[in-house]
Design a protein around this ligand. Structure first.
Ligand code: ADP
Length: 283
């Protein structure tokens, strides 16, 4: 008899939320339940991470869920429940999870290259990289996000889109298995936002990380997500998962795809479900 090998099926999920609740300011007048028994798993698909897009009414706990998963001080831990990454309970921030925020998060006194190097330098105890290797990796990522000509500039000398490119390079140079993005393109004008979507699709195919993106744009969620989760009004939980969304087609510019009839039909369908959930109806 052939013994089953440790197959992919035996792998723990890359992310698991088990009955996660978060109550802000418990026991005070400002007590607010942001998440209520949120449970989900995202499988670790070998050689390919999943892209999950999260939409939901404002204030329904989307950022709270992402920040808890990131293990951020002041937000972590959940009031109850457990968060696991690769089957291990999250205890705080970790290099396995990278975060890209809406606000430009680079250090103003450092150049583009120095900003991208920083995480690698801080992790030197673990990664054992030499200064030259760190410089090489940072240069490579600055190039991948299209900023080679700007590597010695400071953040204030860059446009909003370029600053978000720095944030993407800073996160991805660390090769996180999980990338968390909280409204990463909300502050950008529409053409820049479309450029960034194209960049993310190209990079994601390469880094094969699992991505969770919170966005208020249904079009963006349908375009980027392998699946779309619609959160209920607070306390947040996944009210609906939509799986059959069109995937970005390599070589087809986002704007062309997002104008196609079949794409817009899915957007309309998701928008309709979203509105019902927002209004508290069962969708
Ligand atoms: P979303 O991302 O869905 O818009 P958030 O997760 O940011 O929602 O917030 C959910 C609720 O939790 C909001 O009512 C918000 O005011 C509250 N909240 C978020 N962070 C904190 C905090 N640090 N302290 C107190 N309340 C918070």
């Amino acid at each position: 008899m052939i013994e089953p090998t440790a197959s992919a099926a035996a792998q723990p999920p890359i992310i698991e939320f088990r009955d996660v609740s978060k109550i802000w300011n418990p026991g005070t007048r400002d007590e607010f339940k942001a998440l209520d028994h949120l449970s989900f798993t995202i499988a670790d698909i070998p050689g390919r991470g999943e892209f999950v897009a999260i939409i939901g009414p404002s204030g329904c706990g989307k950022s709270t869920a992402l920040n808890l998963l990131a293990g951020f001080h002041g937000i972590f831990p959940p009031t109850s429940g457990e968060i696991l990454v690769h089957g291990e309970p999250v205890a705080g921030p970790g290099a396995d999870r990278g975060m890209i925020f809406q606000k430009y998060s680079s250090f103003p006194q450092m150049t583009v290259l120095e900003n991208v190097e920083l995480g690698l330098k801080l992790n030197r105890g673990q990664n054992r990289l030499t200064a030259a290797e760190i410089r090489g990796m940072a240069r490579e990522w600055v190039g991948r996000v299209g900023l080679s000509k700007h590597e010695h500039k400071y953040p204030h000398q860059l446009s909003g889109g370029q600053q978000q490119r720095v944030a993407i390079a800073r996160a991805l140079v660390l090769k996180p298995r999980i990338v968390l993005m909280d409204e990463p393109f909300s502050a950008l004008d529409e053409p820049t936002r479309i450029d960034m979507q194209q960049l993310i699709v190209a990079l994601w195919t390469e880094v094969q990380a699992t991505v969770l993106i919170v966005t208020h744009s249904i079009i963006e969620a349908v375009y980027l997500g392998d699946r779309v989760w619609i959160f209920s009004p607070a306390p947040g939980r996944i009210a609906r998962e939509i799986q059959d969304v069109p995937l970005p087609v390599p070589g087809v510019p986002p704007l062309i795809m997002q104008k196609s009839k079949s794409f817009l039909e899915v957007v309309d369908r998701v928008a309709e479900i979203f509105q019902k959930i927002e209004a508290g109806e069962t969708a």
